[in-house]
Design a protein around this ligand. Structure first.
Ligand SMILES: [Zn+2]
Length: 289
């Protein structure tokens, strides 16, 4: 399946998933995506120096001129580590994105979900500040300077990724339920869904169920300050710290599975659940939404 077909299918899926009222926003934001560049990932002992070396080694056939002329960015790190990567950049003061995607991965059956995850970044990302020297873009809870230099104070990068991945998994299930496939077969998709389900963090699940609807709209619209005030800023910061602590303590799915019965793990989960339970709900929040 070629990149443009993947993009068109996922765009339609996003519209179905989020509902009609987001059609325009989704169309507009998807225009910022230049393309998905699939590359032939592999380990190599060849010495790569120039951009041309990288294009040749990883079999990148599209946009070579633009990449060489630095109109489209390339990440040597992404290629060398065989990862997927969404590059967010500025071109003529406009927000642009390009996705590098490896042709083969270890868990090939997760391919569709990983693609959805990357494309979901595209519909979140939008410019929130722009003057002659500085452009700041926001995607979910994360902000970045795509032109000039300005210090940004908040750091919710990891929390943002966790929530983002959770939504991507739900969209992946939505596609399965509607029999829409990208690159994976139905069997592969089923395997992928089951594997992701096994590794769900109870604290994230409670947070997600409690705030899903408002989270969807605030994340897309970039009303992040509103969302943080809505749940309570102190609790949100505590939740952010908890997430970082939990995934630092148990970094891999195996770590989490093997420790899930230990006292330490259970205590950590209960502490996390307490934070979510203490977050404001609609009843006692002074903010109407
Ligand atoms: Zn991501």
């Amino acid at each position: 399946m070629d990149s443009k077909t993947v993009i068109e299918i996922v765009k339609d899926v996003f519209k179905m998933f989020y509902g009609n009222k987001y059609d325009e926003l989704i169309d507009k934001r998807m225009m910022n995506l230049v393309d998905i560049i699939f590359y032939n990932n592999h380990t190599t002992t060849n010495k790569l120096e120039t951009i041309e070396d990288y294009l040749k080694e990883y079999d990148i056939k599209k946009y070579n001129l633009e990449i060489i002329e630095k109109k489209i960015p390339i990440s040597k790190y992404v290629l060398e580590t065989g990862q997927q990567g969404t590059m967010i950049y500025e071109n003529d003061d406009e927000l642009k994105m390009v996705i590098y995607f490896p042709k083969s991965t270890i868990n090939q059956y997760n391919y569709d979900c990983i693609l959805i995850h990357e494309l979901l970044h595209v519909i979140d990302e939008h410019i929130i500040y722009q003057d002659n020297d500085v452009i700041i873009s926001q995607g979910g809870f994360e902000r970045m300077c795509i032109k000039g230099e300005k210090k940004l104070d908040r750091n919710f990068e990891f929390l943002n990724e966790i929530i983002h991945q959770r939504i991507a998994e739900e969209i992946n299930e939505f596609m399965y339920d509607n029999n829409i496939l990208l690159i994976n077969t139905r069997e592969e998709k089923e395997k992928s869904i089951n594997e992701y389900k096994k590794d769900r963090c109870p604290v994230v699940e409670i947070f997600y169920d409690k705030y899903k609807d408002i989270l969807f709209s605030d994340k897309l619209n970039g009303n992040i300050e509103d969302f943080i005030k809505y749940v309570g800023e102190d609790y949100f910061i505590k939740f952010n710290e908890w997430i970082n602590h939990f995934y630092n303590s148990y970094p891999t799915p195996t770590d989490r599975l093997e420790n899930s019965n230990s006292e330490e793990y259970k205590k950590m989960i209960n502490d996390g659940i307490d934070i979510i339970n203490n977050m404001n709900d609609t009843k006692n929040s002074q903010f109407s939404h």
